[in-house]
Design a protein around this ligand. Structure first.
Ligand SMILES: [Zn+2]
Ligand SMILES: [Zn+2]
Length: 250
């Protein structure tokens, strides 16, 4: 994180679609400089790119101006260049909040006509000026679930096997799966993914996640196959039913 300070009115481009002056304090004659957290700019640019439409921002508030703003917290993140309130024409604030959550933003306030985001490190989500607590806006990054999830696993298998990577298995993913029995003495990233997934599923006999399809790996795979109605030979071959089951394709 780095907070840079610009002169009020500075037209310097600070991201593909933002200029420094867009972050200026809205008060008149109250301040001359604008601090801007570059993490805030990154977030806003991601949002701008995702929705493909202009993002109208109100960001910095000097203490003088902040004191005049209704409902403003005295020590608001806005006073440090670390918060922005914004809207996008034609996009519901709830949609924006959901997307903001999905990209890992920790401070999000949803209001009827705008969204507040800030660069705090620990999660605080709320709704409206009444500050009703929210645990999610529906965009929880699945990667944050506990343990090594199906989503994590599919993602890693897709990238290890050269399939399109989106964390959701389909026929294309299955068609790219590789035979793992050839990796008894050498490393494959897909073996590593299967080791982590089997361990997460409770097949702890799989042992250390080293990316090598050794004896422990075969034993754990066999166990998984027995539990999941597959031919229990400890082999994971390209496109076979074991792959299908592991990938959660029923
Ligand atoms: Zn000001
Ligand atoms: Zn705000």
């Amino acid at each position: 994180m780095a907070i840079k300070t610009y002169k009020k009115g500075d037209a310097t481009k600070i991201a593909a679609n933002f200029r420094a002056r867009e972050f200026d304090c809205q008060g008149r004659g109250c301040c001359a400089a604008t601090p801007i957290d570059d993490k805030l700019v990154d977030y806003l640019q991601q949002i701008r790119t995702h929705f493909g439409k202009p993002v109208y921002v109100t960001a910095y508030r000097c203490k003088t101006h902040n004191a005049k703003v209704a409902n403003a917290a005295p020590n608001s993140y806005h006073c440090y260049g670390q918060a922005a309130d914004f809207h996008i024409d034609g996009v519901a604030p709830a949609e924006i909040a959901k997307y903001a959550e999905s990209i890992g933003i920790k401070g999000i306030g949803l209001y009827d006509t705008f969204v507040h985001i800030d660069t705090r490190e620990s999660k605080s989500f709320w709704y409206s000026h009444a500050q009703q607590r929210r645990t999610t806006f529906g965009g929880a990054p699945e990667k944050e679930e506990k343990g090594y999830t199906l989503y994590d696993f599919v993602w890693d298998v897709q990238s290890a096997c050269g399939a399109s990577v989106d964390g959701k298995a389909g026929p294309e993913t299955l068609s790219k799966t590789v035979t793992l029995s050839g990796y008894k003495n050498r490393y494959h990233k897909a073996v590593l993914a299967v080791q982590k997934r089997l361990f997460a599923l409770g097949y702890t006999e799989v042992g250390e996640a080293d990316g090598i399809a050794g004896a422990k790996f075969t034993a754990a795979v066999t166990h998984f196959q027995k539990d999941n109605g597959c031919w229990a030979d400890g082999e994971i071959t390209a496109k076979n039913k074991t792959w299908k089951r592991l990938l959660g394709m029923a």
